[in-house]
Design a protein around this ligand. Structure first.
Ligand SMILES: [Zn+2]
Length: 241
């Protein structure tokens, strides 16, 4: 993964980020979102789960609300005010019509130019297995974005007054097929702060490398920046509709 990256087009005004868990956007994407909100773009978050199964030492009933709160704080740090949770079960997301319908509903409600989501591929690269929820969610987002534009799919949405909407682009954070990048040099620190806002989650990770926000984000951000010709960057796969 050393091929040069093209800059991601920034000629849009509204984005909706749809991911599986609290923290999915903060392991890289948030620094790009901070850049975009600083440009005056509007970005909203929609999370399929509340991440309630994400901390071994805290039972889901207490963990879900706690992680929602951490996600809201984290979003605020990068200029995002709207954070919604779809209430699907953490750790048990399944690709299918229920998730696609919820994605289509969110896209029709928010009417974004760009949808941002996480890596839907089986791996993060050789030997680095992706997690089942990420794969199910990402694939449902790609299909749900298409469904949102089709009047005759999920007709109950029409009955709710939600007219078809075509987002022009899906930006997939990271992943092996990323060919584009966003310069996050100026907003890197806000990206770190947005991950640090997941304080209970990070505590729960113990000594894992992912529990060290600055070091973790620096190592990925610098390597990606080298491909874009900047100090720090986030890589995206760009899918056009
Ligand atoms: Zn996740």
């Amino acid at each position: 993964m050393t091929a040069p990256l093209e800059p991601v087009a920034e000629d849009w005004s509204r984005a909706l980020a749809i991911v599986a868990h609290p923290d999915d956007l903060e392991y890289g994407g948030a620094a790009a979102i901070a850049r975009w909100t600083a440009q005056g773009k509007q970005v909203s978050y929609c999370l399929a789960t509340s991440g309630e199964a994400g901390i071994d030492g805290i039972e889901p009933e207490r963990c879900g609300p706690l992680r929602e709160q951490e996600q809201r704080e984290s979003a605020g740090i990068v200029g995002v005010d709207t954070v919604e949770f779809l209430g699907h079960p953490d750790g048990m997301l399944t690709y299918g019509l229920a998730l696609r319908r919820d994605v289509a509903r969110a896209v029709r409600r928010h009417r974004p130019d760009v949808v941002i989501t996480g890596n839907y591929h089986d791996t993060w690269g050789p030997g680095m297995l992706n997690q089942a929820d990420h794969i199910a969610l990402g694939r449902s987002v790609l299909d749900g974005v298409r469904d949102a534009a089709n009047r005759w799919v999920f007709r109950d949405l029409l009955e709710d007054g939600l007219e078809p909407w075509q987002a022009s682009t899906v930006l997939v954070i990271g992943g092996e097929l990323a060919t584009s990048g966003v310069d996050t040099t100026a907003t890197f620190d806000r990206g770190v702060a947005s991950l640090e806002a997941h304080a209970e989650y990070l505590r729960g990770l113990g000594g894992h490398p992912m529990a060290e926000p600055r070091e973790f984000l620096e190592s990925i951000g610098r390597a990606t920046g080298t491909r874009l010709g900047t100090t720090f960057a986030v890589a995206f796969e760009v899918i056009r509709f």
